[in-house]
Design a protein around this ligand. Structure first.
Ligand code: CA
Ligand code: ZN
Length: 301
């Protein structure tokens, strides 16, 4: 199995019409290679976006047909390890990203992935926190380009999507048609210039259907917290959606009262940007598991 899920086996839009790359079993441990978001086209500072083949950007490895999944199921994806390999690349581009109005020179910068660090221009060493920008399942109908996040997951660029996290998606089609890619060796919340340290990578994960009625998806948890992830045309729409979805989770799934959920969200919850540069914008609302435990609620993983 592992040898089949190589980074050259990529697709560029989540769709029910895709031909599965492989059939996988629930609970089976998979090793998936991923490309960087440029399909490895930018290898040196001389490689700029001017010569880029845009048709092969944002590749996701897959799609994988997960046996025994059907529309409406909730699929949990346990990320055992998200690991950067090779080297990372970043680009600064005039008129692109939040600072596109002040950036006048196009630049491609290669960053070294050194041990558990990323080295910026031989000067700044940052601890790696490898994460997947693109991860999701096919929607029930239509094709959603991998550049775009949504209810199916996709290009959410959420820094929580890292080793030790579990994601939850609502399956849109039989087999789910899961895929992932666009790894960042490290990235700040917001992804303001349109990229993190874009890197090839290797992911070790398992997938299984779980029964959590009413769980708002996409949803993510790690040892410390749970979070909803919401994408919309404006950050205003996205944050209101995220706040209401977390409140729905706390009242309908975790069993808190309307006011307890609201007050505790205001007291201990965190509203954060994932990215503000993709075709839809993504925010999340995080809530600590320690507070859920006080109410006798635990996620089942
Ligand atoms: Ca991305
Ligand atoms: Zn990326």
């Amino acid at each position: 199995m592992a040898s089949e899920l190589t980074r050259d086996k990529a697709f560029f839009g989540f769709s029910p019409d895709l031909t599965p790359l492989a059939r996988v079993k629930q609970g089976e441990e998979l090793l998936i290679e991923t490309h960087d978001c440029f399909s490895g086209q930018l290898k040196t500072p001389a490689d700029t976006l001017e010569t880029l083949d845009w048709s092969i950007t944002n590749p996701a490895t897959g799609p994988l047909y997960v046996e025994g999944t059907k529309p409406g199921d909730i699929l949990r994806v346990d990320l055992h390890e998200v690991k950067a390999v090779g080297q990372s690349v970043m680009v600064a581009v005039p008129d692109v990203g939040v600072l596109g109005d002040v950036i006048t020179e196009m630049e491609t910068t290669i960053l070294e992935n050194a041990g558990d660090e990323v080295v910026y221009k031989g000067k700044v060493r940052l601890k790696q926190k490898p994460m997947l920008g693109v991860i999701g399942v096919a929607p029930a109908d239509g094709t959603i380009p991998n550049s775009t996040p949504g209810e199916h997951g996709g290009n959410m660029d959420c820094t929580l999507v890292t080793s030790g996290a579990s994601l939850y998606f609502t399956v849109g089609v039989e087999g789910a048609l899961f895929g992932c890619g666009d790894m960042h060796a490290v990235m700040g919340d917001g992804e303001i210039v349109i990229c993190g340290a874009e890197t090839p990578g290797e992911v070790r994960l398992t997938m299984q259907v779980v029964d959590i009625p009413g769980l708002p998806t996409p949803f993510i948890e790690n040892d410390e917290l749970v979070s909803v992830i919401c994408s919309a045309g404006t950050t205003d729409e996205a944050y209101k959606m995220a706040v209401h979805r977390m409140h729905d989770f706390l009242t309908k799934v975790a069993g808190l009262s309307v006011n307890d959920a609201a007050l505790l969200m205001s007291l201990a919850g965190d509203l954060k940007f994932c990215q503000v540069v993709d075709p839809l914008l993504t925010v999340r609302f995080e809530f600590p598991k320690a507070v859920l435990a006080e109410y006798g609620f635990e996620m089942a993983r």
